[in-house]
Ligand binder design. Sequence first.
Ligand SMILES: [Zn+2]
Length: 319
Amino acid sequence: MQREAVLFKAELDQNQATARGQRTLRSPIGCVGTGLHTGAKVSLTLHPAAPDSGVRFVRYDRPGCLPVPARFDRVCDTTMCTALGDPGGTVVGTVEHLMAALAICEIDNLLVEVGGPELPIMDGSAQPFVFLIECAGTVEQDRPRRWIEVLKPVTLKAHGKYARLEPSDRLILDCDVHFEHPLVDSQAMRITFDPESFKTEIARARTFAFAERVEELWSRGLALGGSLKNAVVVSRDRVLNDEGLRFPDEFVRHKVLDSLGDLYLAGAPLRARLTARSAGHTMHNKLLRALFADPGAWRLTGGSDAFDKEAPARLVAGA
Ligand SMILES: [Zn+2]
């Protein structure tokens, strides 16, 4: 009886979520932080945006450059982070934690202004972005929200990694990590998307790095802004951060966060189950490209007539 009541409530929540309008910010809000890879100070401003305009990034340090849509087909680099770009050479890196915050806060339309080639890393999690969004407040817009339903499974395997999207009436993220390391080892988590629980259980999980790899990253010009303030750093036998971990399984929770942010680059929230075994940004992006390359594998639901429902497939085909 109780189980039925829970199921009924979940069904009700799902229907209410389907029926509601698109969402944007009530007012602009900004912050300043450090770029993880460049180490440079960078400012970020989130602006409300019109219905059906989606999430777009604009580099205000490059006058005249066009906004880059936050979409899987604009991903130009997945080395250590997810970066968006356009043929004119405009790049916006490390978008995945902000994208995860937008997924959690169910923001559909937003113009993101950034003053450099990557977003500020903040504390290495999505929580500061969720905080910014909550400070600005959100408004519901007069167009219905749209969703992408996965209609048949799409599977990728490469180098011991595995990623799969399959049909589900809600977003389920099933991730794991495996490292030959006594502290991290193997961690797994399967979680159904829920905005409120994700704010406390997932948004706060920080990015992580192994101490022995940090110098190697620096020599490659990566992670120059990395520090104990914006990443969990693990040596062979301990967590170097004084405050320790936020969760015993913070590593896999951060993988869930990354997958949520990367999947939000579908251009709308997905109704699917993701299984990701040791997968990262590269596999997440390849999975979306494989999904949209097959017109029979997905369908857009909700939305208004103004939205071009065939657009993602045409973009993948290069039309
Ligand atoms: Zn991350």
